[in-house]
Structures are given as structure tokens and as C-alpha cells.
Ligand binder design. Structure first.
Ligand SMILES: [Zn+2]
Ligand SMILES: [Zn+2]
Length: 220
């Protein structure tokens, strides 16, 4: 399955509604999506309901991007919120207890709350986002991949999309997935492929400027 595993809706700091994200993802040929809003599973729940009600041809993998003391953690497969502000170890433990999979988001991207000491954290998490399409410097992605391989951790990609236009820049191929359970297994056991295109700077600036001038974006 062609999966977009990192997208924000207007439930957190994204520009677009869940409905617009889902519609655009289907148009782009994305087969599975996770709406990973900051510290709220609300966008995912909304997406699951929408897809079920309207019988839309896309799989929704519930997800959230949790702010931990050590940086951002993507959690997939949970349907209840987990407190932000804990250490990554405890957060990952909670995710697992709730049947989810934890993936460290955009490591080394310091200004975006990426984990910086990945080799300390890596034991507690199950996979690494080795391609984040928002990266200004590809070096962070390269180093994330190096660490993932060194510690033999599964790899995923994410667009970190904050608008519909950014969807599909960081794609994860889930080789055996046909439902949520099998998608989570693919991430957990590394049956994944990563395809990435950096989001064009013009698009990226549009969202960054909105963050700066809009005054509506909280600190995550
Ligand atoms: Zn993040
Ligand atoms: Zn994000």
C-alpha cells in the first residue's frame, strides 16, 4: 500500500480540514493515510468516521504526533490520547500498552523538536522516520537513516504535510498491509519502503509564514 503517515489537519496546526486531506490523498493515489495531529487523536477519529460513512477508498491508520520531553514521537494504532510532556521512554511504553507502534519523528531537526540523542532513545521506540519531506537540510534525514540501520530499526517516511499540496512527498510503502492491523505489523517489523521528495521551498514557506504571522499556531 502507498501510505502517507505524517499529515496535520486543522485539528492542530495544519491548514486544511480532514475532509480536504482525505479527498486530496485519494486523488493523489494514496491508499492509506494517518492524520497525525499534535497531541490529539481527534483528526484521526474524524477521518475514520468520514471514510466509513462515505465508503471512501482509503485506509485510515489512526495516529498522533506526541510532544515528549525528548522530542516528537509519532504513534500509530492508538485511539485514545496519551499525555504530552513525558519522557520518550514512558510515552513509548504507554503507546505500546495501548496496542500502538511508536516511531521517532524527524530526528535531529532541532528547531522542530526532533530528538537529538537518538542513540539513547532508539531502544524504546520501534521505528524511525528516516525521511521527513519538510527537512531543510537533507543531512538530518541521512543521519536518521544511518542510525536506523545501525540499530536495525524499521524505516518510514512522512510528508509532515500541513496543507493538502504537501501530501505525498514522503511516502511509505507498506508491503503486506490491507487493514490497520497489517499496516501496524509492516511498520513494526520493517516491511516498508521509503520514497521521498522534498516539499518545494515555495510551499514550505507558505506554511511557515502562516505559522509566524497567523498567531494561531501554538507551540508544539
Ligand atoms: Zn514534529
Ligand atoms: Zn508533524
Amino acid at each position: 500500500m502507498i501510505a502517507e503517515l505524517h499529515a496535520h489537519s486543522n485539528n492542530s496546526d495544519g491548514r486544511d480540514s480532514v475532509k480536504n486531506l482525505i479527498t486530496s490523498a485519494i486523488e493523489k493515489g494514496i491508499e492509506a493515510i494517518s492524520i497525525t495531529d499534535h497531541n490529539t487523536i481527534g483528526g484521526s477519529l474524524e477521518a475514520m468516521e468520514l471514510v466509513e460513512d462515505e465508503h471512501l477508498p482509503i485506509l485510515v491508520i489512526p495516529g498522533v504526533e506526541i510532544s515528549t520531553r525528548d522530542g516528537h514521537l509519532l504513534a500509530y494504532g492508538i485511539t485514545d490520547d496519551i499525555d504530552s510532556g513525558m519522557g520518550m521512554e514512558n510515552t513509548a511504553r504507554e503507546v505500546r500498552k495501548n496496542g500502538g507502534v511508536s516511531v521517532v519523528a524527524h530526528p535531529f531537526q532541532i528547531h522542530k523538536s526532533g530528538v537529538t540523542s537518538l542513540s539513547r532513545i532508539i531502544r524504546f521506540i520501534e521505528a524511525v522516520e528516516v525521511f521527513n519531506a519538510k527537512f531543510y537540510i537533507g543531512l538530518c534525514n541521512k543521519f536518521s537513516r544511518y542510525i536506523a540501520r545501525k540499530f536495525n530499526k524499521p524505516e518510514i517516511a512522512g510528508s509532515d504535510a500541513h496543507t493538502v499540496d504537501a501530501l505525498g512527498h514522503g511516502i511509505t510503502l507498506l508491503y503486506n498491509a490491507n487493514d490497520v492491523e497489517s499496516a501496524l505489523k509492516d511498520i513494526r517489523y520493517g516491511f516498508t519502503g521509503v520514497i521521498g521528495y522534498r516539499i518545494p521551498i515555495s510551499l514550505q514557506l507558505k506554511t511557515s509564514m502562516r505559522g509566524i504571522w497567523g498567531g494561531v499556531v501554538g507551540r508544539y
